[in-house]
Design a protein around this ligand. Structure first.
Ligand code: T68
Length: 837
């Protein structure tokens, strides 16, 4: 029905579309002209590129409004369960191109732009600044999932925070990372719709009081000492060529007016303004994932702020439709994207008990039936804990509720393990070791009906290592949903050359059914096709080479092997292992051992958390190596090293299609899944990687012969650690490793400064927590395999093709279908746009 609608036709008389926005080039041109004139106050003759970007964006936004409003109206009229995806981060990337693609009016927009003298849509897309409302993989996953939900026509709302400043912009100065404030909202952002009438009030601090209610029941009430107002800013999330348009609802914190009025009366105008400024800092800035203890209190405030607004919003939606609060689990399924929104367990209990007057058991049943939790990390330092005194000071009523949740839960544990105090201490929400703290992963696990990891290996390790006692208690609660990425952004938009080839070869349906890519297997020995596949890659590499030259001044050869590691900089991701390998190759070339060398361009990109010293030093280290390598004529035609500044979604779109070799080299057991690994494979890059996260499943699917495996397995790493790992025993056995370390120590990559990279040497030769030394030799061996394979270009191209052909499993459409079936129990709700004649 809705599938058969030709969405590119004008939609006259459609519901809620008073401007009857047509989809042809004339209509897009007229829309742009009107927005230039009326919205932007500009004449077409004096419009800048940015003006044209804004005008086109508004014109496109107009054209998805009918779908957006009809989608909301459909769920109102035909109530069914809706997904509430709660995430502190949504790294959505640029919006214009994605909306043009999903609406199906890219050609029409290009035609309209020509009439403004713009020859290429890219000129306009270049202008768009992306909202950096996330740190990395976790935030980007949330964005891919929202896009797949809409494309699968599943009713969903993504709830999060509208940070005024997102992730910082990264500059490289003298090889060091410099952070610059991300002012993504300057000049206005055309994709959001503020809804001040739907604002919510959130309390903080103060104390609780006990009292007896009218029925003689003992109750508690919270009297907060401050409040903030959450104003929703909605971003439409349009599905691919369907009418379904979901939304992101991002909350901005405003000051409450009552304080202002009071201050005006007593004459303390400036005091009132200060109070306002203080409460508006709540949604001011996104916090980095590896920060120190900086801003911890504000971070907890942010979490409670957006979670409370979101839950109030869900409850209000029931009230508006006269649905009883007891029905909550039939209308909302609440997914916690890591523990950042885990306070939802306590907040939903509070809203149900204190405001909706439900008794404990009913409230708990509703909470538990509604909430599910996704874990994204096993790293102990990344598991969220809140200092008890901080928590009590900010959320006293929630602490009471958590104590009661814990008390009842521990009763259950006592029944199952009578007399076992050790297990009680292990399972308790309250960590009693050292200063008391709330373990958010425990709160989430107890409150949720399902707990999932993000790749098969990771989900298994959750059960075996992270929460074994919980997994024993509730085996059926624990499950896996391997991550996925949206093929719309990561293939169709990012890689137009490959997309054209796929369309021609297998038809356009791969975009929504990635399993169709398997048909490409037939072409594995077709030299003609392999050449076409390789030339699509070459075109991506040429574009990236141009970008690299403009940004860094380094000239790279598009015919060399593009060897890429882009991701946040972290010791467990081991960018330093890659850097050491580059030095080893440099030494071989210097020593004239070039027989087994393939010409390579080694590209790094990624941000380091501002407070993470070792990560920042790793960036400096890579740039030190790049300076020496790129200045040495002996390296010409053989080796180039590039650090791409300011890696973000937009740059990722240039990088994935241009990559031959994908570096996925984390210590086994440390990377929960990875999602960049999937984007590379879809775009026909081969992976060099460890058996970590989703690498395991990528290798299983693309075939071991099309994947460069190296390194210790997770169990071998554990064994090494238990035996008392000593990196020096590995160093002693490897001459190349000794020479590599020596060259760093003498200051060869730091202009003779033998101190600069000392901390890196010390950590690698000290306790080497991420087993870099243990994996070095095997990594070098695998890199030699890569060089050998690169020299047989037809074989390489076949391996690359098979990676694309067999990557369909890693579409986020598959992941979302799994969540819908096994965790959320939600069905699609097709949206019909009925046009009057
Ligand atoms: C990532 N986690 C995992 N965390 O590291 C990655 N953390 O393996 C996985 O593929 C991805 O999640 C999606 O599942 C993160 O990106 C954060 O960014 C983060 C942010 C704030 C606090 C802690």
């Amino acid at each position: 029905s809705s599938q058969s609608l030709d969405l590119r036709l004008p939609t006259p008389g459609c519901y809620a579309d008073p401007v009857r926005a047509g989809m042809d080039a004339d209509a897009v041109f007229d829309g742009m002209t009107e927005h230039l004139f009326f919205t932007l106050g500009k004449l077409a003759t004096s419009a800048s590129l940015r003006d044209l970007y804004m005008a086109l964006s508004f014109a496109v936004r107009d054209r998805l409004m009918s779908r957006y409003l009809t989608s909301q109206e459909t769920i109102r009229a035909r109530p069914q369960k809706t997904v509430a995806y709660l995430s502190a981060e949504f790294l959505i990337g640029p919006q214009l191109n994605n909306n043009l693609l999903n609406l199906g009016i890219k050609k029409e927009a290009e035609e309209a732009l020509k009439r403004f003298g713009i020859e290429s849509l890219n000129e306009i897309l270049e202008v768009e600044e992306e909202p950096g409302l996330g740190n990395g993989g976790l935030g980007r996953l949330a964005a891919c999932y929202m896009e797949s939900l809409a494309s699968l026509q599943v009713p969903a709302v993504g709830y999060g925070i509208r940070y005024e400043f997102g992730i910082f912009n990264q500059l490289i100065r003298d090889g060091w990372q410099v952070e610059v404030t991300d002012k993504w909202l300057k000049g206005g952002w055309p994709w959001e719709l503020p809804q001040p009438d739907e604002a919510c009030l959130v309390g903080f601090g103060g104390q609780t009081e006990s009292y007896t209610d009218d029925n003689g029941n003992y109750r508690s009430r919270w009297i907060p000492s401050e409040h903030a107002i959450g104003v929703p800013h909605d971003v439409p999330v349009l599905g691919y060529r369907v009418n379904s348009c979901d939304r992101l609802r991002l909350w901005r914190a405003d000051a409450t007016e009552s304080f202002d009025f009071y201050a005006f009366n007593i004459g303390d105008y400036y005091g009132a303004v200060e109070e306002k400024v203080a409460s508006e800092t709540l949604s001011k800035v996104l916090y980095p994932n590896d920060g120190t203890d900086e801003g911890r209190r504000l971070r907890l405030k942010q979490q409670h702020f957006f979670v409370s607004c979101s839950l109030q919003d869900m409850l209000r939606s029931l009230e508006k439709r006269s649905i009883a609060v007891e029905e909550f689990p039939n209308h909302w399924t609440v997914q916690l994207n890591d523990t950042h929104p885990a306070i939802a367990v306590a907040e939903l209990m509070r809203l149900l008990i204190d405001q909706h007057r439900l008794d404990w058991d009913k409230a708990w049943e509703i909470t538990n039936r509604s909430v599910a939790y996704t874990n994204h990390t096993l790293l102990p330092e990344a598991l969220e804990k809140w200092d008890l005194s901080l928590f009590k000071n900010l959320l006293p009523r929630h602490l009471e509720l958590i104590y009661e949740i814990n008390r009842r839960f521990l009763q259950q544990v006592r029944l199952k393990y009578p007399g076992n105090d050790l297990i009680l201490r292990k399972l308790s929400i309250i960590d009693e070791e050292g200063g008391k703290a709330i373990r958010m992963a425990h709160l989430a696990t107890i409150g949720a009906h399902h707990v999932n990891g993000v790749a098969a290996l990771h989900s298994d390790l959750i059960k075996r290592q992270l929460l074994p006692e919980f997994a024993q208690l509730w085996p059926e609660k624990f499950t896996n949903v391997t991550n996925g990425v949206t093929p719309r952004r990561w293939v169709a938009l990012a890689n137009p050359e490959l997309s054209k080839l796929l369309d021609k070869e297998i038809g356009p349906n791969w975009i929504t059914n990635m399993d169709l890519l398997l048909e490409l297997e037939k072409k594995e020995n077709d030299s003609n096709f392999l050449d076409l596949f390789a030339s699509a890659k070459l075109s991506g590499k040429r574009k990236l080479a141009g970008y690299i030259h403009r940004q860094t001044g380094v000239l790279v050869d598009p015919s060399s092997l593009f060897d890429v590691q882009v991701k946040r900089i972290h010791q467990y991701k081991r960018q330093h292992l890659n850097a050491l390998q580059v030095i080893a190759q440099y030494l071989r070339i210097k020593n004239g051992i070039t027989k087994n060398i393939a010409p390579r361009t080694v590209i790094f990109g990624g941000k380091a958390a501002p407070g993470y010293f070792m990560a920042k030093l790793m960036i400096r280290f890579i740039n030190g190596i790049a300076d020496v390598v790129n200045a040495d004529p002996d390296m010409d035609g053989l080796l180039r090293v590039v650090f791409l500044p300011d890696y973000n979604v937009k740059l990722g779109e240039q990088v994935y299609p241009a990559t031959d070799l994908s570096e996925q080299i984390s210590t086994a057991g440390k990377e929960a899944s990875g999602t960049g690994n999937m984007k590379f494979a879809m775009n026909g890059a081969l992976t060099i990687g460890t058996l970590d996260g989703a690498n395991v499943e990528i290798r299983d699917r693309v075939g071991a012969e099309n994947f460069f495996l190296f390194g210790k397995t997770e169990s071998e790493i554990m064994e090494l650690r238990d035996q008392g790992y000593s990196p020096n025993s590995f160093i002693a056995e490897s001459n190349e490793l000794q020479e590599t370390l020596k060259l760093i120590e003498v200051g060869h990559f730091s202009n003779g400064d033998s101190e600069l990279f000392r901390p890196i040497i010390n950590i690698l030769t000290g306790n080497d927590p991420f087993f870099v030394m243990a994996d070095f030799d095997d990594y070098l061996r695998a890199q030699d395999e890569v060089s050998k394979a690169w020299k047989k270009s037809k074989k390489w191209n076949r391996m690359a093709l098979l990676n694309t052909a067999r990557s369909g499993f890693f579409s986020s459409d598959r992941s979302i279908r799994e969540y819908c079936q096994s965790i959320w129990k939600v069905k699609p709700l097709p949206v019909e746009i009925s046009c009057e004649k």
